[in-house]
Design a protein around this ligand. Structure first.
Ligand code: 6GU
Length: 437
Protein backbone atom coordinates (compact mmCIF):
# COMPACT_ATOMS: atom_id res chain seq x y z
CA UNK A 1 0.00 0.00 0.00
CA UNK A 2 1.15 3.51 -0.78
CA UNK A 3 0.65 6.23 1.85
CA UNK A 4 1.72 9.87 1.47
CA UNK A 5 1.67 12.29 4.41
CA UNK A 6 1.84 16.06 3.88
CA UNK A 7 2.81 18.14 6.90
CA UNK A 8 4.79 21.20 7.93
CA UNK A 9 6.49 18.98 10.58
CA UNK A 10 7.87 15.92 8.73
CA UNK A 11 9.94 14.95 11.81
CA UNK A 12 6.69 14.47 13.74
CA UNK A 13 6.19 11.27 11.74
CA UNK A 14 9.58 9.72 12.45
CA UNK A 15 8.05 7.14 14.87
CA UNK A 16 6.72 5.45 11.74
CA UNK A 17 10.28 4.22 11.15
CA UNK A 18 10.01 2.04 14.27
CA UNK A 19 8.41 -1.22 15.29
CA UNK A 20 5.86 -3.03 13.15
CA UNK A 21 5.21 -0.09 10.82
CA UNK A 22 8.94 0.47 10.33
CA UNK A 23 9.38 -3.23 9.48
CA UNK A 24 6.44 -3.13 7.08
CA UNK A 25 8.13 -0.25 5.27
CA UNK A 26 11.48 -2.06 5.12
CA UNK A 27 9.90 -5.24 3.79
CA UNK A 28 8.01 -3.29 1.12
CA UNK A 29 4.49 -4.06 2.44
CA UNK A 30 4.02 -0.35 3.08
CA UNK A 31 5.37 2.42 0.85
CA UNK A 32 5.11 5.44 3.15
CA UNK A 33 6.37 8.87 2.12
CA UNK A 34 6.37 11.99 4.24
CA UNK A 35 6.46 15.37 2.47
CA UNK A 36 7.18 18.87 3.77
CA UNK A 37 4.29 21.09 2.70
CA UNK A 38 6.61 24.11 2.61
CA UNK A 39 8.35 22.68 -0.45
CA UNK A 40 5.35 23.89 -2.41
CA UNK A 41 5.44 27.47 -1.10
CA UNK A 42 6.68 30.17 -3.45
CA UNK A 43 7.39 33.17 -1.18
CA UNK A 44 10.57 34.03 0.69
CA UNK A 45 8.99 33.22 4.09
CA UNK A 46 7.56 29.87 2.92
CA UNK A 47 4.12 30.96 4.14
CA UNK A 48 1.39 28.32 4.47
CA UNK A 49 -1.30 30.24 6.38
CA UNK A 50 -3.20 33.50 6.56
CA UNK A 51 -5.90 35.26 8.58
CA UNK A 52 -9.47 33.95 8.37
CA UNK A 53 -12.07 35.68 6.22
CA UNK A 54 -14.88 36.82 8.51
CA UNK A 55 -12.46 37.40 11.35
CA UNK A 56 -11.75 35.39 14.45
CA UNK A 57 -8.79 33.94 16.25
CA UNK A 58 -6.02 31.89 14.68
CA UNK A 59 -4.75 31.29 11.18
CA UNK A 60 -6.09 29.21 8.30
CA UNK A 61 -3.96 27.21 5.87
CA UNK A 62 -4.00 28.60 2.33
CA UNK A 63 -5.74 26.59 -0.40
CA UNK A 64 -3.24 27.56 -3.09
CA UNK A 65 -0.29 25.98 -1.29
CA UNK A 66 -2.28 22.85 -0.50
CA UNK A 67 -3.57 22.67 -4.08
CA UNK A 68 -0.12 22.67 -5.62
CA UNK A 69 1.17 20.16 -3.09
CA UNK A 70 -1.78 17.77 -3.40
CA UNK A 71 -1.77 17.91 -7.22
CA UNK A 72 1.92 16.98 -7.22
CA UNK A 73 1.50 14.12 -4.74
CA UNK A 74 -1.76 12.77 -6.17
CA UNK A 75 -0.42 12.80 -9.73
CA UNK A 76 2.75 11.01 -8.58
CA UNK A 77 3.18 7.24 -8.16
CA UNK A 78 0.39 4.93 -6.93
CA UNK A 79 -3.05 4.01 -8.27
CA UNK A 80 -4.76 7.15 -9.52
CA UNK A 81 -8.32 5.81 -9.39
CA UNK A 82 -8.59 4.45 -5.83
CA UNK A 83 -7.26 7.24 -3.62
CA UNK A 84 -8.52 8.33 -0.22
CA UNK A 85 -7.59 11.89 0.70
CA UNK A 86 -7.67 11.80 4.48
CA UNK A 87 -7.86 15.10 6.34
CA UNK A 88 -7.43 14.82 10.14
CA UNK A 89 -9.60 17.35 11.97
CA UNK A 90 -11.44 17.40 15.30
CA UNK A 91 -14.51 18.31 13.20
CA UNK A 92 -14.36 15.05 11.22
CA UNK A 93 -16.26 11.77 11.42
CA UNK A 94 -14.88 9.61 14.23
CA UNK A 95 -12.07 7.32 13.11
CA UNK A 96 -12.90 3.76 14.23
CA UNK A 97 -11.71 0.23 13.60
CA UNK A 98 -14.29 0.14 10.75
CA UNK A 99 -12.61 3.19 9.18
CA UNK A 100 -9.23 1.48 9.52
CA UNK A 101 -10.62 -1.65 7.83
CA UNK A 102 -12.05 0.41 4.98
CA UNK A 103 -8.80 2.30 4.51
CA UNK A 104 -6.79 -0.95 4.50
CA UNK A 105 -8.79 -1.85 1.39
CA UNK A 106 -8.01 1.40 -0.44
CA UNK A 107 -5.31 1.41 -3.11
CA UNK A 108 -3.71 4.55 -1.82
CA UNK A 109 -4.02 7.06 1.03
CA UNK A 110 -2.88 10.68 1.07
CA UNK A 111 -3.01 12.33 4.51
CA UNK A 112 -3.14 16.13 4.61
CA UNK A 113 -2.11 17.33 8.08
CA UNK A 114 -3.46 20.75 8.94
CA UNK A 115 -2.20 23.02 11.71
CA UNK A 116 -3.67 26.18 13.24
CA UNK A 117 -7.43 26.52 12.67
CA UNK A 118 -7.32 24.03 9.82
CA UNK A 119 -7.23 24.12 6.04
CA UNK A 120 -9.31 26.44 3.81
CA UNK A 121 -12.58 24.53 3.29
CA UNK A 122 -12.40 24.80 -0.50
CA UNK A 123 -9.58 22.24 -0.52
CA UNK A 124 -11.75 19.28 0.52
CA UNK A 125 -14.56 20.62 -1.69
CA UNK A 126 -12.21 20.68 -4.68
CA UNK A 127 -10.63 17.22 -4.26
CA UNK A 128 -14.00 15.60 -3.59
CA UNK A 129 -14.67 16.37 -7.27
CA UNK A 130 -11.45 14.77 -8.46
CA UNK A 131 -12.18 11.48 -10.30
CA UNK A 132 -11.19 8.34 -8.35
CA UNK A 133 -10.71 10.32 -5.14
CA UNK A 134 -12.65 10.00 -1.87
CA UNK A 135 -12.17 12.75 0.70
CA UNK A 136 -12.61 11.77 4.36
CA UNK A 137 -12.26 14.22 7.23
CA UNK A 138 -11.63 12.17 10.37
CA UNK A 139 -11.25 12.90 14.07
CA UNK A 140 -9.45 10.48 16.41
CA UNK A 141 -11.59 11.42 19.42
CA UNK A 142 -13.37 14.15 21.30
CA UNK A 143 -10.44 16.35 22.30
CA UNK A 144 -8.38 18.95 20.49
CA UNK A 145 -4.81 18.49 19.29
CA UNK A 146 -2.56 21.16 17.80
CA UNK A 147 -2.55 19.56 14.37
CA UNK A 148 -3.24 16.44 12.34
CA UNK A 149 0.19 14.80 12.74
CA UNK A 150 -0.63 12.67 15.78
CA UNK A 151 -3.86 11.60 14.10
CA UNK A 152 -1.81 10.63 11.01
CA UNK A 153 0.40 8.45 13.24
CA UNK A 154 -2.73 6.84 14.67
CA UNK A 155 -4.29 6.21 11.27
CA UNK A 156 -1.12 4.81 9.68
CA UNK A 157 -0.52 2.41 12.58
CA UNK A 158 -4.15 1.24 12.74
CA UNK A 159 -4.28 0.67 8.96
CA UNK A 160 -0.79 -0.81 8.51
CA UNK A 161 -1.36 -3.60 11.03
CA UNK A 162 -4.37 -4.75 8.99
CA UNK A 163 -2.33 -5.14 5.80
CA UNK A 164 -1.65 -8.81 5.02
CA UNK A 165 1.70 -9.90 6.42
CA UNK A 166 2.32 -6.93 8.76
CA UNK A 167 1.17 -8.61 11.99
CA UNK A 168 3.06 -11.90 12.40
CA UNK A 169 0.18 -13.92 13.82
CA UNK A 170 -3.08 -12.90 12.09
CA UNK A 171 -4.94 -14.74 14.90
CA UNK A 172 -4.13 -11.87 17.23
CA UNK A 173 -6.31 -9.61 15.06
CA UNK A 174 -9.34 -11.83 15.66
CA UNK A 175 -10.35 -11.28 19.31
CA UNK A 176 -9.37 -7.65 19.69
CA UNK A 177 -11.30 -4.81 21.24
CA UNK A 178 -13.46 -3.10 18.61
CA UNK A 179 -13.28 -6.19 16.43
CA UNK A 180 -16.23 -7.78 14.70
CA UNK A 181 -17.75 -8.99 18.00
CA UNK A 182 -18.45 -5.35 18.92
CA UNK A 183 -17.09 -5.84 22.45
CA UNK A 184 -14.05 -4.66 24.35
CA UNK A 185 -11.45 -7.38 24.73
CA UNK A 186 -11.31 -9.57 27.87
CA UNK A 187 -8.32 -9.09 30.27
CA UNK A 188 -5.13 -11.07 29.55
CA UNK A 189 -2.68 -12.72 31.98
CA UNK A 190 0.74 -14.37 31.73
CA UNK A 191 3.44 -15.74 34.05
CA UNK A 192 4.20 -15.52 36.89
CA UNK A 193 0.96 -17.07 38.16
CA UNK A 194 1.42 -15.22 41.47
CA UNK A 195 2.52 -11.61 41.43
CA UNK A 196 2.56 -9.26 44.46
CA UNK A 197 -0.29 -11.20 45.99
CA UNK A 198 -2.47 -11.02 42.85
CA UNK A 199 -3.49 -14.34 41.35
CA UNK A 200 -4.47 -15.30 37.83
CA UNK A 201 -8.20 -16.20 37.59
CA UNK A 202 -8.38 -19.91 38.30
CA UNK A 203 -10.40 -20.80 35.21
CA UNK A 204 -7.48 -19.76 32.96
CA UNK A 205 -5.20 -22.39 34.50
CA UNK A 206 -7.91 -25.07 34.61
CA UNK A 207 -7.30 -26.33 31.08
CA UNK A 208 -11.09 -26.42 30.56
CA UNK A 209 -11.33 -24.77 27.15
CA UNK A 210 -15.11 -24.26 27.03
CA UNK A 211 -15.09 -22.63 30.48
CA UNK A 212 -12.24 -20.35 29.42
CA UNK A 213 -14.13 -19.26 26.30
CA UNK A 214 -17.25 -18.55 28.40
CA UNK A 215 -15.28 -16.67 31.09
CA UNK A 216 -13.58 -14.47 28.50
CA UNK A 217 -16.90 -13.73 26.83
CA UNK A 218 -18.42 -12.80 30.23
CA UNK A 219 -15.46 -10.53 30.99
CA UNK A 220 -15.77 -8.84 27.59
CA UNK A 221 -19.50 -8.27 28.14
CA UNK A 222 -18.98 -6.98 31.71
CA UNK A 223 -16.22 -4.58 30.67
CA UNK A 224 -18.16 -3.29 27.71
CA UNK A 225 -21.35 -2.80 29.76
CA UNK A 226 -19.36 -0.95 32.43
CA UNK A 227 -17.09 1.18 30.24
CA UNK A 228 -18.88 1.51 26.89
CA UNK A 229 -22.61 0.88 27.36
CA UNK A 230 -23.31 2.44 23.95
CA UNK A 231 -21.47 -0.52 22.37
CA UNK A 232 -23.80 -2.95 24.18
CA UNK A 233 -26.78 -1.26 22.55
CA UNK A 234 -25.29 -1.90 19.11
CA UNK A 235 -24.95 -5.68 19.56
CA UNK A 236 -27.27 -7.57 17.20
CA UNK A 237 -29.82 -9.73 19.06
CA UNK A 238 -28.79 -12.83 17.09
CA UNK A 239 -25.19 -12.51 18.31
CA UNK A 240 -26.25 -13.13 21.93
CA UNK A 241 -26.72 -16.63 23.35
CA UNK A 242 -28.63 -17.56 26.48
CA UNK A 243 -25.61 -17.18 28.77
CA UNK A 244 -24.93 -13.72 27.27
CA UNK A 245 -28.54 -12.70 27.89
CA UNK A 246 -28.55 -13.99 31.46
CA UNK A 247 -25.38 -12.03 32.20
CA UNK A 248 -26.69 -8.90 30.47
CA UNK A 249 -29.90 -9.20 32.53
CA UNK A 250 -27.76 -9.25 35.70
CA UNK A 251 -26.03 -6.13 34.42
CA UNK A 252 -29.33 -4.33 33.87
CA UNK A 253 -30.14 -5.06 30.21
CA UNK A 254 -32.80 -7.01 28.39
CA UNK A 255 -32.65 -8.20 24.79
CA UNK A 256 -35.50 -7.78 22.34
CA UNK A 257 -35.54 -8.39 18.57
CA UNK A 258 -33.49 -5.20 18.03
CA UNK A 259 -30.77 -6.03 20.57
CA UNK A 260 -30.01 -5.04 24.18
CA UNK A 261 -31.94 -2.24 25.86
CA UNK A 262 -31.52 -0.90 29.40
CA UNK A 263 -33.99 -2.42 31.84
CA UNK A 264 -35.10 -1.35 35.28
CA UNK A 265 -36.26 -3.69 38.05
CA UNK A 266 -38.23 -2.04 40.83
CA UNK A 267 -41.05 -2.51 43.27
CA UNK A 268 -44.42 -2.06 41.57
CA UNK A 269 -46.38 1.10 42.32
CA UNK A 270 -50.14 1.79 42.24
CA UNK A 271 -49.86 3.37 38.77
CA UNK A 272 -48.64 0.01 37.39
CA UNK A 273 -52.04 -1.70 37.94
CA UNK A 274 -53.39 -1.24 34.40
CA UNK A 275 -50.17 -2.38 32.69
CA UNK A 276 -49.93 -5.35 35.07
CA UNK A 277 -53.50 -6.41 34.22
CA UNK A 278 -52.76 -6.07 30.52
CA UNK A 279 -49.59 -8.15 30.70
CA UNK A 280 -51.26 -10.73 32.97
CA UNK A 281 -54.12 -11.11 30.50
CA UNK A 282 -51.60 -11.67 27.73
CA UNK A 283 -49.27 -14.09 29.52
CA UNK A 284 -51.52 -16.18 31.79
CA UNK A 285 -53.26 -18.03 28.92
CA UNK A 286 -49.85 -19.02 27.53
CA UNK A 287 -49.04 -20.85 30.78
CA UNK A 288 -52.28 -22.87 30.69
CA UNK A 289 -52.45 -26.38 29.21
CA UNK A 290 -54.00 -26.61 25.70
CA UNK A 291 -56.80 -28.77 27.14
CA UNK A 292 -58.14 -25.91 29.26
CA UNK A 293 -61.20 -24.26 27.63
CA UNK A 294 -60.76 -20.63 26.62
CA UNK A 295 -63.81 -19.49 28.63
CA UNK A 296 -62.36 -20.93 31.86
CA UNK A 297 -59.14 -19.02 31.22
CA UNK A 298 -61.12 -15.88 30.35
CA UNK A 299 -63.09 -16.10 33.58
CA UNK A 300 -59.90 -16.42 35.64
CA UNK A 301 -58.34 -13.46 33.85
CA UNK A 302 -61.49 -11.31 34.26
CA UNK A 303 -61.88 -12.00 37.98
CA UNK A 304 -58.32 -12.41 39.29
CA UNK A 305 -56.05 -10.64 36.85
CA UNK A 306 -58.09 -7.52 36.06
CA UNK A 307 -56.99 -4.01 36.95
CA UNK A 308 -59.16 -3.90 40.11
CA UNK A 309 -57.54 -7.13 41.37
CA UNK A 310 -54.05 -5.72 40.79
CA UNK A 311 -55.04 -2.54 42.65
CA UNK A 312 -55.99 -4.73 45.62
CA UNK A 313 -52.78 -6.80 45.32
CA UNK A 314 -50.72 -3.60 45.20
CA UNK A 315 -52.42 -2.28 48.35
CA UNK A 316 -52.01 -5.57 50.25
CA UNK A 317 -49.03 -5.45 52.68
CA UNK A 318 -48.83 -9.27 52.47
CA UNK A 319 -47.95 -9.09 48.79
CA UNK A 320 -44.75 -7.99 47.08
CA UNK A 321 -44.99 -7.15 43.39
CA UNK A 322 -41.82 -6.40 41.41
CA UNK A 323 -41.76 -5.21 37.83
CA UNK A 324 -39.19 -5.11 35.04
CA UNK A 325 -39.58 -2.17 32.69
CA UNK A 326 -37.76 -0.65 29.74
CA UNK A 327 -35.69 2.13 31.34
CA UNK A 328 -36.35 4.53 28.47
CA UNK A 329 -39.98 3.91 27.54
CA UNK A 330 -41.26 2.60 30.88
CA UNK A 331 -42.95 -0.29 29.03
CA UNK A 332 -43.73 -3.23 31.35
CA UNK A 333 -41.64 -6.28 30.43
CA UNK A 334 -42.46 -8.70 33.24
CA UNK A 335 -43.51 -9.00 36.87
CA UNK A 336 -43.46 -11.25 39.91
CA UNK A 337 -45.91 -11.37 42.81
CA UNK A 338 -45.10 -12.96 46.16
CA UNK A 339 -47.68 -13.73 48.87
CA UNK A 340 -46.16 -13.75 52.36
CA UNK A 341 -47.19 -16.18 55.13
CA UNK A 342 -48.70 -18.59 52.65
CA UNK A 343 -47.68 -22.19 53.43
CA UNK A 344 -47.42 -24.64 50.54
CA UNK A 345 -50.32 -27.14 50.14
CA UNK A 346 -47.72 -29.90 50.48
CA UNK A 347 -46.81 -28.69 53.98
CA UNK A 348 -49.76 -26.62 55.35
CA UNK A 349 -48.19 -26.17 58.78
CA UNK A 350 -44.91 -24.73 57.43
CA UNK A 351 -44.12 -21.53 59.22
CA UNK A 352 -42.70 -18.51 57.42
CA UNK A 353 -43.24 -19.73 53.86
CA UNK A 354 -43.89 -17.36 50.99
CA UNK A 355 -45.57 -18.17 47.71
CA UNK A 356 -44.24 -17.01 44.34
CA UNK A 357 -47.76 -16.60 43.05
CA UNK A 358 -46.87 -15.08 39.67
CA UNK A 359 -43.84 -14.74 37.45
CA UNK A 360 -44.53 -13.61 33.91
CA UNK A 361 -42.46 -12.04 31.15
CA UNK A 362 -43.54 -10.87 27.70
CA UNK A 363 -43.34 -13.99 25.51
CA UNK A 364 -41.03 -12.37 22.94
CA UNK A 365 -38.52 -11.75 25.76
CA UNK A 366 -38.51 -15.34 27.07
CA UNK A 367 -35.00 -16.71 27.54
CA UNK A 368 -33.68 -13.18 27.98
CA UNK A 369 -32.85 -13.40 31.67
CA UNK A 370 -35.50 -11.00 32.93
CA UNK A 371 -37.51 -13.64 34.78
CA UNK A 372 -34.34 -14.82 36.53
CA UNK A 373 -33.63 -11.32 37.77
CA UNK A 374 -37.21 -10.85 38.94
CA UNK A 375 -37.14 -14.16 40.83
CA UNK A 376 -33.78 -13.23 42.40
CA UNK A 377 -35.25 -9.91 43.56
CA UNK A 378 -38.39 -11.60 44.94
CA UNK A 379 -36.22 -14.09 46.77
CA UNK A 380 -34.20 -11.27 48.37
CA UNK A 381 -37.39 -9.49 49.42
CA UNK A 382 -38.73 -12.72 50.93
CA UNK A 383 -35.43 -13.31 52.74
CA UNK A 384 -35.67 -9.86 54.35
CA UNK A 385 -39.06 -10.80 55.87
CA UNK A 386 -37.34 -13.72 57.64
CA UNK A 387 -39.21 -16.38 55.62
CA UNK A 388 -37.45 -19.75 55.25
CA UNK A 389 -38.82 -21.02 51.96
CA UNK A 390 -40.32 -19.80 48.71
CA UNK A 391 -42.68 -22.12 46.85
CA UNK A 392 -44.83 -22.04 43.74
CA UNK A 393 -47.29 -24.07 41.73
CA UNK A 394 -46.99 -24.46 37.98
CA UNK A 395 -49.07 -26.55 35.60
CA UNK A 396 -47.71 -30.09 35.15
CA UNK A 397 -47.82 -29.59 31.38
CA UNK A 398 -45.65 -26.45 31.48
CA UNK A 399 -42.22 -28.05 31.21
CA UNK A 400 -40.56 -24.85 30.07
CA UNK A 401 -41.58 -23.13 33.31
CA UNK A 402 -40.46 -26.08 35.39
CA UNK A 403 -37.02 -26.10 33.78
CA UNK A 404 -36.73 -22.37 34.38
CA UNK A 405 -37.61 -22.68 38.08
CA UNK A 406 -35.13 -25.54 38.41
CA UNK A 407 -32.40 -23.24 37.05
CA UNK A 408 -33.50 -20.75 39.74
CA UNK A 409 -32.89 -23.38 42.45
CA UNK A 410 -36.46 -24.69 42.91
CA UNK A 411 -37.11 -28.44 43.25
CA UNK A 412 -40.38 -30.32 42.83
CA UNK A 413 -41.81 -31.21 46.25
CA UNK A 414 -45.29 -32.47 45.35
CA UNK A 415 -48.54 -31.72 43.57
CA UNK A 416 -51.66 -29.63 44.10
CA UNK A 417 -55.00 -28.95 42.49
CA UNK A 418 -55.46 -25.39 41.18
CA UNK A 419 -58.80 -24.11 39.94
CA UNK A 420 -58.96 -22.05 36.76
CA UNK A 421 -62.47 -20.81 35.96
CA UNK A 422 -63.99 -23.54 38.14
CA UNK A 423 -61.96 -26.35 36.52
CA UNK A 424 -59.38 -28.12 38.72
CA UNK A 425 -55.91 -28.29 37.15
CA UNK A 426 -52.87 -30.37 38.13
CA UNK A 427 -49.92 -28.30 39.27
CA UNK A 428 -46.50 -29.39 40.44
CA UNK A 429 -45.40 -27.68 43.65
CA UNK A 430 -41.79 -26.50 43.66
CA UNK A 431 -39.86 -25.02 46.54
CA UNK A 432 -36.51 -23.44 47.32
CA UNK A 433 -34.94 -22.61 50.66
CA UNK A 434 -34.49 -18.90 51.23
CA UNK A 435 -31.34 -17.69 52.89
CA UNK A 436 -30.00 -14.18 53.14
CA UNK A 437 -27.12 -13.90 50.71
CL1 6GU B 1 -7.70 14.49 13.59
N1 6GU B 1 -6.91 16.78 14.62
C1 6GU B 1 -6.82 17.66 15.61
N2 6GU B 1 -6.17 18.80 15.42
N3 6GU B 1 -7.35 17.46 16.80
C2 6GU B 1 -8.01 16.30 16.99
C3 6GU B 1 -8.13 15.36 15.98
C4 6GU B 1 -7.57 15.63 14.79
N4 6GU B 1 -8.85 14.32 16.47
C5 6GU B 1 -9.13 14.65 17.70
N5 6GU B 1 -8.64 15.85 18.02
Amino acid sequence: MRVDVLTIFPDYLSPLELSLVGKARQSGLLDLRVHDLREWTTDRHRTVDDTPFGGGAGMVMRPDVWGTALDAVLDGAGPADDVVLLVPTPAGEVFTQRTAEELAGAGRIVIACGRYEGIDARVTEHYAQRPGTTVREVSIGDYVLNGGEVAALVVVEAVARLLPGVVGNPESLVEESHGAAGLLEYPNYTKPAQWRGHEVPEVLTSGHHANIVRWRRDQALRRTAERRPELIERLPADSLDRADRTLLAELGWYVDANGPRPAEIRTAEPHDAAALAELAGLTFPLACPPTLPADAIAEFVATQLDEASFRRYLADPQRIIDVATDRRTGELLGYTMVVLDSPPPTDPSADGAAELSKCYVRPELHGGGIAGRLVARSRDAVARTGAQQLWLGTNVANRRARRFYERCGFAVVGKRRFEVGGLPQDDVVMSTPVTTS
